[in-house]
Design a protein around this ligand. Structure first.
Ligand code: HEC
Ligand code: HEC
Ligand code: HEC
Ligand code: HEC
Ligand code: HEC
Length: 642
């Protein structure tokens, strides 16, 4: 109880102080106290099955005393604080979602209520299920949602925590088994109940299923009943989102790496789970990060928070955006580039893109895409060739309409590798209207490691037709499940002779202009579409760089056949030299020895294969490079000439 009083006093004191120094504002948004005030604006409606997330603030918001809900460094791990600025917390206010719901309703006015009922199931689960379970109207529509704070709370605390462990692996389209007794399941054993059920009616309890991917399944698996162009259902279903099934068909599943392992990282050493009572001890604690790849919408929502009536502060949005970028840039994909043999007047590089995450990259909403930018420059830094340049005006250069085919070899500037999902309606024409999706035109999104066509869940998550017959896509030397794509860029360099550099970037776009252009053209007067148009056009749409690599090469490159060689040999004093391995044994590092047998430099794998200048250490004459490989050592001889 003492702690409750302290919390309240802190808030009152902070408010009085801030009211005095910031006359036109109730709080300073850059402080935790400011965030606490904002949390006071969260929904506090108590329903029969769900309550607003504001009901959890009293004990699960940041602790002003810094004792509960902190990690070993004293930083807050409060689930309310972390969750409030995520896409899930804002799923019912997301302006892109609202515009898309409006568009689908305009296309199919006869099915509008049904469509809205479908869309609210996952984006506004508390409102949807409360209405369903208390026997409201047959449909929970957008009009119902706008009048219902419980629905506007998005994927709120009780929207997740009341999910029972009943057949979870086979539930899709937001079909949640909601606990009828207000049990709030969580990830640690023997929680102390007393205050929590007394204050909220929800009983904290340990649910083993909260540590497993299946608790995410029903909202992260979405199929539609295909409709023809007249709006009649064809009787077929089409999987639009299958993040869970992609994960099922991967090594991550077999290795016990759950959605939570990556999306709710555990606090090292645990944390005290509630600010009251004050005698609790550390428990297992999963952070409510919930970040994916959508930094674009998070920024758009931060910039329009007032118009959208969002409760999170700019500081909270900034942390979620920073986490999203960190995930995309450090955990998502690896890029390897190596020079391969080419004909006279040509230079060729093989690019390998490796997916490191537990589902396809990209996954989720079918608009998401990633693409490769490949730029070849000459010794003077001038561009010899470019594929996949992005500009604000044109988007991805050379991208075909209606979609770019999957490539195994790229030889022209108007060819670009785009990792994406494209589908057609019953007539075979490409469409972005999900209700009409009937067949897959393209799906070369990178599968997770261990993904195979032999898996029982393969059909719902199949690789698209062109990538499925690419021997270097998710396959290497016949074995399936690499989670990687290898493709070759073969570039005509004309009369140019000399060194070149290949600069490659893997870039990600969550809300591509081409995808939303149909939506924005749909109607000039639906307020939800208009609101989104203004926000979208005012936003910075620059793609996010996920991975990059730059490698040196030469014209006239000959792939070494058995002999380990240095090229060119001999080399000029200032000239860069590159190791060409004689076999496929991976190189680890190397040591350079001068003619007198003295070790003069140590080289990394990247320096050996990408280029180093022996003339920096060897003024003239011969030198040796002792190369350490995963199988032993190789000694390679070279010479420097003045
Ligand atoms: C099975 C649950 C489920 C249902 C039903 C559902 N969605 Fe979603 N929706 C999701 C999930 C999960 C994501 C986020 C995936 C991601 O981030 O890639 C999403 C994302 C979106 C996005 C992208 C939002 C953004 O900010 O980038 C739009 C637009 C969208 N949904 C529209 C709809 C519409 C329209 C309907 C109804 C026809 C609908 N959704 C029904 C689960 C669902
Ligand atoms: C009056 C304080 C209080 C409020 C308000 C409160 N909780 Fe709790 N909560 C607790 C305490 C105390 C624990 C147990 C901590 C322990 O045993 O270490 C707990 C534990 C939990 C757990 C963990 C259960 C487990 O075994 O893993 C969940 C989940 C949870 N609360 C959800 C909620 C939700 C959702 C709300 C809002 C509807 C809420 N709490 C509101 C005090 C509160
Ligand atoms: C998208 C679903 C989801 C939402 C939304 C959500 N949680 Fe959780 N929460 C989980 C899962 C899953 C765990 C278990 C994580 C683990 O232990 O691995 C968890 C764990 C917890 C725990 C116990 C710590 C632990 O690791 O077991 C508490 C307390 C808690 N949540 C409170 C909240 C509160 C308060 C909110 C709203 C601000 C909230 N949660 C929103 C899914 C959710
Ligand atoms: C009640 C439905 C529901 C449940 C349960 C649920 N999600 Fe979501 N999730 C959504 C919706 C809806 C969105 C999309 C919100 C939007 O973009 O407007 C989403 C989006 C996401 C995103 C994308 C964020 C981004 O920035 O791209 C991640 C990651 C995510 N969820 C992880 C999880 C994990 C992990 C679990 C299980 C612990 C889970 N979700 C359970 C409905 C749900
Ligand atoms: C090995 C780590 C890992 C596992 C396991 C994992 N994810 Fe992800 N997930 C990520 C990373 C990193 C991203 C960001 C890259 C991206 O946007 O695809 C991401 C992105 C997402 C997105 C956004 C989709 C997109 O492509 O923008 C959703 C939704 C999501 N994850 C849900 C889930 C669900 C549900 C599970 C379990 C079935 C899961 N994740 C398992 C690491 C993981």
């Amino acid at each position: 109880m003492a702690r409750t009083v302290r919390v309240l006093l802190t808030l009152v004191a902070a408010a009085a102080f801030l009211a005095a120094v910031v006359p036109d504002r109730r709080y300073d948004e850059s402080t935790e106290e400011g965030a606490l005030w904002r949390m006071g604006e969260l929904c506090t409606v108590e329903g029969e099955f769900f309550s607003g997330s504001g009901k959890c603030v009293n004990c699960h918001a940041p602790d002003p005393d810094g004792e509960a809900l902190v990690d070993a460094h004293g930083a807050t791990v409060s689930p309310v604080f972390d969750w409030q600025a995520t896409m899930m917390a804002n799923s019912a206010r997301d302006p892109f979602w609202r515009a898309q719901v409006a568009r689908e309703g305009l296309i199919n006015p006869g099915h509008r209520d049904e469509i809205e009922n479908t869309c609210t199931a996952c984006h506004a689960p508390q409102g949807f299920h409360e209405a369903r379970l208390t026997g409201g109207d047959a449909h929970y529509t957008m009009a119902d949602l706008l009048a219902d704070d419980l629905g506007l709370d998005g994927v709120g605390c009780t929207g997740c925590h009341t999910i029972d462990n009943i057949g979870l692996a086979g539930r899709f389209n937001g079909d949640l088994p909601v606990n009828p007794e207000k049990v709030a399941w969580g990830g640690f054993e023997n929680p102390w109940d007393g205050l929590m059920s007394g204050q909220t009616g929800f009983i904290p309890a340990y649910g083993q299923h909260f540590r497993a991917s299946e608790v995410c399944t029903s909202c992260h698996s979405l199929y539609s009943h295909t409709q023809d162009l007249a709006g009649e259902t064809t009787g077929n279903v089409f999987f639009e989102q299958a993040t869970y099934l992609e994960w099922v068909n991967s090594d991550f599943n077999a290795e016990g790496v759950q959605c939570q392992t990556c999306h709710m990282p555990l606090v090292e050493g645990g944390a005290i789970a509630a600010t009251q009572p004050n005698w609790l001890f550390e428990q297992r604690f999963g952070r409510h990060h919930f970040v994916g790849g959508n930094s674009f919408m998070l920024k758009l929502m931060k910039d329009n928070a007032e118009a959208l009536d969002l409760s999170a502060t700019p500081v909270q949005f900034d942390s979620t955006i920073a986490r999203t970028l960190r995930g995309l840039q450090q955990e998502t994909a690896a890029l390897n580039v190596t020079q391969v043999e080419a004909g006279e007047g040509e230079v060729a590089f093989e690019v390998e893109v490796v997916n490191k995450i537990g589902h396809k990259f990209p996954s989720g909403y079918p608009a998401r895409l990633a693409f490769l930018e490949f730029v070849l420059v000459d010794a003077g830094g001038d561009t010899l060739f470019a594929s996949g340049k992005w500009s604000e005006a044109e988007g991805i250069a050379g991208r075909d309409l209606p979609y770019e085919p999957h490539h195994e070899v790229i030889t022209a500037a108007d060819e670009v590798q785009v990792y994406e999902f494209a589908f057609a309606d019953v007539s075979g024409a490409e469409t972005t209207i999900l209700e009409r999706a009937a067949t897959v035109l393209k799906d070369n999104r990178l599968p997770p490691r261990g993904f195979t066509s032999a898996h029982a869940a393969y059909d719902t998550v199949a690789i698209g037709p062109a990538a499925a017959v690419d021997a270097n896509f998710n396959r290497w030397e016949g074995a399936e499940g690499t989670g990687a794509d290898r493709l070759t860029y073969r570039v005509d360099v004309g009369a140019y002779r000399g060194t070149v550099e290949a600069r490659v970037r893997l870039r990600y776009v969550s809300v591509p202009k081409r995808w939303v252009s149909g939506l924005l053209a749909a109607s000039a007067d639906h307020p939800d579409i208009e609101a989104f148009r203004a926000m979208y056009e005012g936003a910075d749409r620059t793609p996010v760089d996920v991975a990059g690599a730059a490698v040196a090469g030469w014209t006239g490159f000959v792939a070494a056949g058995g002999d380990w060689v240095l090229v060119p040999n001999p080399a000029g004093v200032g000239q860069a030299v590159r190791l060409q391995p004689g076999g496929s044994v991976p190189v680890v590092r190397g040591v350079v020895y001068d003619a007198g047998g003295r070790a003069v430099a140590e080289l990394s794998r990247e320096e050996l294969l990408g280029g180093f200048v022996p003339g920096r250490w060897v003024q003239g004459g011969t030198y040796l490079v002792q190369v350490e490989t995963e199988a032993g050592t190789e000694v390679v001889r070279g010479a420097v000439v003045r």
